[in-house]
Design a protein around this ligand. Structure first.
Ligand code: SAM
Length: 313
């Protein structure tokens, strides 16, 4: 479906739990600030998640990304992937990787296509500093398991935090290219209010200079329609190539103008924008009350019409 800003809303990001086994100091929790509409009745169940996905497909959504919290904490994660994959062209996931070794093969078998793994630290000390946990080696094993299981592409999400991991970008590029993964450099993101807080002021780094550096060394640049994100292909050691994508959202009106995503919170609300919480539409209540497909589709259309760019020129 096309929204008021002529964007074709064709992808959805659903959070299936607020629980996480890491405690990253910079985390935006997918923009979830409150307990939400469905929380008193527990998690969205696999049939409810499937219903939401099925209705989403009726308004033109073709790609789904499963997120959290940490999605692999859900014991029914393989069933969730299997059910949603029936309705989407592509189902992917973003995970911190801690439990991935256990699940990579089964997720691939259930229909998961691609995977993003959070990878902010190149060593155990930095990992502990960022996540407050000691699972560095589990995550590395998880990354390798995803590659072995045939999930493709594997993207390593590295949120760049000034004074913490910005010195490790080149090492991360080398590691990603060595294992055949794409490195995604993500700018630390927050709302207008959050960008005034002390953590943000201390660790925010504008990635413009890194993007220029990549541009100057790349042999090829590809642009994704979503957010107009650029992917740079660079030569790497041993005649290989490194693929690096940049996600620069802060104060970026072009990024928002090209946002084609609708979100669903873990408590069952349609969420038009990561950084806004005053325009949520409860979808799980009507599902639990037996609303018809037509009524649910109307709610999706209403949510899509509420989408508006957060950062504007
Ligand atoms: N636990 C899963 C994971 O680690 O991928 C899913 C949830 S996590 C919120 C999803 C992604 O958002 C991760 O790659 C994380 O690094 C990124 N993220 C979290 N807070 C962020 C922030 N303030 N700015 C930019 N990216 C952020």
């Amino acid at each position: 479906m096309i929204d008021r800003f002529e964007r074709n809303i064709n992808n959805m990001r659903i959070s299936i739990t607020q629980q996480c086994n890491l405690d990253c100091f910079y985390c935006h929790h997918e923009g979830e600030k409150n307990e939400g509409a469905g929380v008193e009745n527990g998690h969205l169940t696999p049939p409810e998640i499937e219903k939401i996905t099925q209705i989403a497909s009726q308004v033109g959504i073709q790609k789904l990304k499963i997120t959290g919290g940490e999605p692999l904490l859900r014991k029914d994660i393989v069933e969730i992937v299997k059910r949603t994959a029936k309705h989407m062209k592509e189902v992917s996931m973003t995970t911190n990787g801690v439990l991935l070794k256990k699940y990579a093969g089964a997720l691939n078998g259930a229909g998961l296509k691609r995977i993003n793994i959070s990878f902010d630290a190149l060593d155990p000390t930095t990992f502990q500093r960022i996540t407050n946990k000691e699972f560095f080696y589990e995550v590395k094993e998880g990354i390798e398991s995803a590659i072995c299981a045939g999930l493709y592409p594997v993207k390593l999400n590295m949120v760049i935090l000034k004074g913490v991991n910005d010195k490790d970008i080149q090492v991360a590029m080398d590691y990603a290219s060595e294992i055949g993964a794409v490195l995604q450099l993500i700018e630390f993101e927050g709302s207008k209010e959050e960008s005034g807080n002390s953590i943000f002021k201390k660790h925010y780094l504008n990635l413009r200079d890194w993007e220029n550096w990549l541009k100057s060394r790349s042999v090829e640049v590809r642009q994704r329609r979503m957010h107009r994100r650029n992917k740079y292909i660079l030569p790497s050691e041993n005649d290989g190539k490194a693929e690096v994508e940049i996600v620069r959202a802060m104060h970026n009106s072009e990024f928002c103008q090209n946002c084609t995503r609708l979100r669903v919170t873990s408590s069952g609300e349609l969420k038009p924008c990561l950084l806004k919480n005053d325009n949520l539409i409860n979808i799980i209540g009507p599902i639990r009350k037996g609303a018809s497909d037509k009524e649910l589709k109307d709610l999706f259309e209403y949510a899509i019409l509420k989408k508006e760019p957060y950062w504007r020129a």
